[in-house]
Design a protein around this ligand. Structure first.
Ligand SMILES: Cc1ncc(COP(=O)(O)O)c(C=O)c1O
Length: 381
């Protein structure tokens, strides 16, 4: 009987089993998505565009207007050397990541991931017969362990993937660390993927720094970001990638032949998000996240047996559950069935055992209720 390609047979499921929508009485701390609605002017821009008939094929990389505006943003905000011609608007950041692995890696190449890493990097690499190499970060603050990275590099290493602010740990790498990561990429002649999807959700005392903005960074860094997290637009599927010319040229061919482009009318909505009016909405979201982060930090500190390094960015807390003497899957499974709280077991991610991930993108009431339930449950056992 004809079969599917071997490399897809045993692909790991990642965190998907724990992301399933739970029964209504369960507190859902799993899904990495803002609890806010997409700001109304963005919705209206999509409807207007549809009504104006923007329903036909169009420029594959994204409309010139959108690419110009998005590139300006990347340059002005983060000093990323992006131009109208050097960016591509993709169906989500996720697809931009897949494109990058496809364009930059050969089967058999090794890609270094800083573990625990967002699981799609690992799975995408495996889909392409590229080997993910998980290098653990320092457990006390989830920042890179440079000696471990150097030790993991072989003559097959092609790429280093960094994600700051980080999912799942909430770490934000310091400017010195970003500089050092770029130095490693330069020294070993590696591509650097910088997944900056959470760049605006930075609560650390230092600014977000893109390695693409540093000397020698632009020629080897592929920056990936998108609309999902900052603008509460997860379901719209709009991402952006910016990188060196030869990468972007190959990626242009890839997108043109893989999906043509994102839906034409969504380009106008994406453009509408890049205005000062929406900037104000993003600032309001940020104030809300800060409050929720504080609720989570206070709540975890008050529960015996749990601890959490301060989340520096994104909207995740990575909670140390090792003192409960349960492994993370047992902890999350029991928390779901007994406390009715759904969390991601860190053990599903390479290098994440001993922790669970909590998304504090939910509303305040959900956070308080979940914390009460976990506290009562742990006291009872
Ligand atoms: C680190 C990271 N990168 C990329 C993505 C994908 O974003 P998008 O919704 O734009 O595909 C996510 C989504 O959870 C993420 O956490």
């Amino acid at each position: 009987m004809v079969d599917i390609a071997e490399r897809f047979v045993n692909l790991p499921a990642g965190i998907k089993p724990f992301l399933a929508a739970p029964p209504a009485d369960v507190i859902r701390w799993t899904v990495g998505e803002p609890a806010f609605d997409t700001p109304q002017p963005i919705v209206e821009a999509a409807i207007k565009s549809l009504n104006e008939g923007n329903t036909k094929y169009t420029r594959s990389e994204g409309s010139l207007e959108l690419c110009e505006c998005a590139a300006d943003r990347l340059r002005e905000r983060y000093d990323i050397p992006a131009t109208t011609e050097s960016v591509i608007i993709t169906p989500g950041a996720k697809q931009a990541l897949l494109y990058t692995f496809m364009v930059c890696c050969e089967p058999g190449d090794e890609v270094i991931l800083l573990a625990p890493a967002w699981p799609s990097y690992d799975i995408q690499c495996r889909m392409l017969q590229v080997k993910p190499i998980h290098v653990p970060v320092n457990k006390e603050n989830f920042h890179p362990d440079f000696d471990a990275i150097e030790a993991a590099i072989t003559n097959k290493t092609k790429m280093l993937v960094i994600n700051s602010p980080n999912n799942p740990t909430g770490a934000v790498y310091t400017p010195e660390e970003i500089t050092q990561l770029l130095e490693i990429a330069k020294k070993h002649d590696l591509w650097l993927i910088s997944d900056e999807i959470y760049a605006r959700l930075n609560w650390s005392g230092w600014d977000h720094l893109s390695p693409a903005s540093l000397e020698g960074g632009g020629e080897r860094t592929i920056v990936i970001t998108g609309w999902s997290k900052s603008f509460a637009m997860t379901g719209w599927r709009i991402g952006i990638v910016s990188g060196p010319e030869k990468v972007m040229q190959a990626m242009g061919k890839l997108q043109a032949n893989a999906c043509s482009h994102i839906p034409s009318f969504l380009m106008d909505a994406a453009l509408a998000a890049l205005t000062s009016e929406i900037d104000d909405a993003v600032e309001e979201f940020k104030q809300e996240y800060l409050k929720r982060r504080q609720i989570l930090m206070d709540g975890i500190a008050a529960i015996d047996g749990l601890s959490m390094p301060e989340p520096e960015g994104a909207f995740y807390g990575f909670v140390d559950i090792s003192k409960t003497r349960m492994d993370s899957t047992t902890f999350a499974t029991k928390a779901l069935s007994e406390a009715r709280v759904q969390m991601i077991p860190g053990g599903l991610l390479d290098g994440g055992e001993g922790f669970v991930r909590i998304s504090y993108a939910c509303d305040e009431a959900t956070l308080h209720e979940g914390l009460d339930r976990i506290s009562n449950w742990l006291e009872s056992i």
